[in-house]
Design a protein around this ligand. Sequence first.
Ligand code: SF4
Length: 312
Amino acid sequence: MPKPDFWKNNKRYYDLKSYWRNLFGCNVHKLQIDAGFSCPNRDGYVAVGGCIYCDGRGSKLRQKGILPSVTEQIASGKKYYKPHASKFVAYFQTFTNTYAPVEKLRELYKEALAQEDVIGLSIGTRPDCIDTYVVELLSEHAKKYHIWVELGLQSANDQTLQFINRGHNFQQFTESVKLLAGNGINICVHIIIGLPGENDKDVLNTARTLAAMPVNGIKIHSLLALDGTVLGEMYKKRTISMITKEQYVSLAADVLEILPPEMVIQRLTADGYRDIFLAPDWAMNKLDVLNSINKELERRDSYQGKKYRITS
Ligand code: SF4
């Protein structure tokens, strides 16, 4: 198999920065937005308490008090990132950003897209909050703008989803992908490595399953135990153990080998949460984790997609 294009970026996987440079010929940056959404897995609509690892605090802006408007949040983000990027994607990140009547969504997305140099949207949400109205709205925008939907999945194993209190199953995820695919909307899926009760086989099964679906991007990170969460309590009581750096690096490399070479790797580590972070210690050194994954691929003389097999 010829070495894929991203090889020339000194990375052994297709990172988001390279993808956007290839697509738009310039640096593009995601601007995080907290538009004041809630989450049905926290407010009782689906469940209460949320996923066992979720701290439920929302963005730093929300923690400070009244949220600035979408326009104001984009303006301050642009000011900060302007030296490093010339175009921007408005990232509706906090909680479930399709969990509102479609008219409200239309207003918020339109406001973001009206800002200068904003070329698209990335909408973070849950599989059970995708319906035909949302797809119709986003596919309309996709005719003119660069649109991503980021679906939280975490694992393709229903037992795991139940244990972590996701409030949806894998079937609901596949239905949301079916609804979104083929409408000009890019789909990014979030997965976690190191979930309680999961072994290597489970993680690789999730990766293989996603590799065979119309998924355009992925965000991967290790499970983090945060203070004030159900998982944090489990960690403190030592009823769960956290994945080691060596295990994570090796599994992340395994996952990258299985994924299609053109799938955009939007994240390989988690960040933030320093004030409530409990474990694992190594996960706080993001650069070291990224370097270690690249080194592991180098050691194997491998790269993203090396073991990807097209299934029919
Ligand atoms: S879906 Fe997201 S916001 Fe909702 S409880 Fe889970 S992690 Fe928290």
